[in-house]
Design a protein around this ligand. Structure first.
Ligand code: PFF
Length: 447
């Protein structure tokens, strides 16, 4: 089935919109804070360059050459064992599982956008209580915002690649870049900026534990949207004769740039007002609102701007999380786009409610399995297990299974002189690095 095409710039915006998400603005600063700053940032940057870049080109190639949904692409491009390789495409289900916790978090950002227009919590203690209450007692508010996210995302994806996803990114990506950019410019004028810079880029190796090393690698995957067929699905709609290397570089530069800008800005605000950078997941939803409240009237403006940026980043990633599965239903089962969007939407909507209940006081216990509740399992299983495994499958597929002529026919053109280095890295370095991460994550290794 023919898929409506992105325009060239539309593809770059949509792929960057997918990559730049809650992972950049919410997760990256707090895990950097928890893992001691500079050395962690260094490992993350190296991983993005060495593994992320190599793999993004490979994932793009599968979509660009195959031009169909993820399952069909694996099936068609595998010279042998097609029935086995097609399962490589089922990693698209990870996107729906991610959405079960991603959508509630976007819901929190909606809640904070409104809060920034009213009264911000006056101190960290009050902010903490507010956030804990939202999570543990206020199920209704969370489900309300989760419902809005479900309706919004489903409506956008139902309108298709061009009329829905491309348009959304054309509108929200500039909003995100302008809001984060102007906050960053303001942050550079504050005295806390120097401390923030030192924290992010002052490398102190003694602070790097092996666990932070694995976290950095895992995060590089999550933030670049690799390993679950998002980039692959988008690139199936790339215009022919697009340059995959240039597109990958732009997406990676935007994703990394926005993560660094978000980290520097947030830590500047936190240092300026004496809060700690190592506050964990509550950094953005607890420490930051308290800091904004100390800024007075300007704080409301910054809070509004910041949470609008966060919501925009989340929404452009959310559509990319559901699209691969929709494409699969449309292409393989001839579902209409509307039917496929509603079916995928209902999946994450229903399990999203389970995720919300699992953080609540009333239902938390019955929805906790072993050490984690449903919400945390959804995060762990996808970001830490499924995505690295998906990446490993893709690296092996393009590096060892696909006929080299097919790979070379596109990438010799785009990579030129660097092609052999890229191919070597894809065949050996990336799989070995990912294999170690996967073994460690599933507990076989204990780094
Ligand atoms: N890259 C997104 C973020 O950083 O928030 C999350 C994400 C989107 C992960 C799409 C995976 C994906 F396929």
């Amino acid at each position: 089935m023919k898929i409506a095409r992105f325009s060239r710039i539309g593809f770059i915006l949509a792929a960057a919109g997918s990559a730049v998400g809650l992972g950049n603005i919410w997760k990256f600063p707090y895990i950097t804070g928890e893992n001691g700053g500079g050395a962690f940032v260094f490992v993350y940057l190296i991983t993005v360059l060495m593994i992320g870049f190599t793999l993004m080109i490979a994932e793009m190639l599968i979509g660009y050459v195959g031009r169909r949904d993820s399952v069909s692409n694996f099936e068609e491009l595998a010279p042998r064992h097609k029935n086995l390789w097609k399962y490589g495409g089922f990693m698209s289900i990870a996107g729906l599982i991610i959405m079960t916790f991603y959508s509630p978090v976007i819901g929190w950002t909606f809640h904070f956008v409104l809060l920034s227009l009213g009264s911000l919590p006056a101190s960290v203690e009050v902010a903490k209580e507010h956030f804990t209450t939202l999570l543990s007692l206020d199920i209704g508010t969370q489900i309300f915002y989760h419902t809005l996210v479900f309706l919004f995302v489903t409506t956008v994806v139902a309108r298709g690649i061009k009329g829905g996803i491309e348009k959304l990114n054309f509108f929200l990506m500039p909003v995100l870049i302008v809001t984060m950019g102007s906050m960053f410019v303001y942050a550079t004028t504050l005295s806390g900026f120097t401390q923030s810079w030192d924290f992010m880029f002052g490398v102190d190796w003694s602070k790097l534990t092996s666990a932070s090393l694995v976290t950095a690698v895992g995060h590089a995957f999550f933030t670049l949207s690799l390993g679950m067929a998002t980039i692959l699905t988008y690139s199936a709609s790339l215009p022919k004769d697009s340059n995959l290397v240039r597109s990958s570089l732009i997406v990676i530069a935007l994703d990394t740039g926005i993560a660094l800008v978000a980290g520097l800005t947030l830590f500047t605000f936190l240092y300026e007002y004496g809060a700690s950078p190592s506050a964990g997941p509550g950094l953005v939803f607890i420490s930051l609102p308290a800091v904004f409240s100390e800024m007075g009237v300007a704080g409301h403006f910054f809070a509004f701007t910041f949470f609008v940026a966060l919501a925009s980043a989340g929404l452009t990633s959310a559509v990319s999380l559901v699209e691969p599965f929709i494409q699969y239903l449309v292409d393989r089962f001839k579902f209409s786009r509307l039917k496929a969007s509603v079916a995928s939407g209902l999946f994450f909507y229903i399990f999203g409610i389970v995720a919300i209940l699992s953080t609540s006081k009333e239902y938390g216990e019955i929805l906790t399995f072993g050490s984690k509740n449903f919400f945390d399992w959804a995060d762990f299983i996808t970001a830490s297990v499924m995505l690295p495994i998906g990446g490993l499958i893709m690296a092996i597929f393009v590096g060892h299974v696909m006929q080299e002529e097919r790979v070379a026919s596109v990438l010799k053109r785009d990579l030129g002189f660097f092609y052999p280095y890229w191919y070597f890295s894809l065949r050996y370095i990336v799989p070995i690095a990912l294999f170690v991460v996967v073994l460690n994550l599933v507990g076989v290794l204990n780094l």
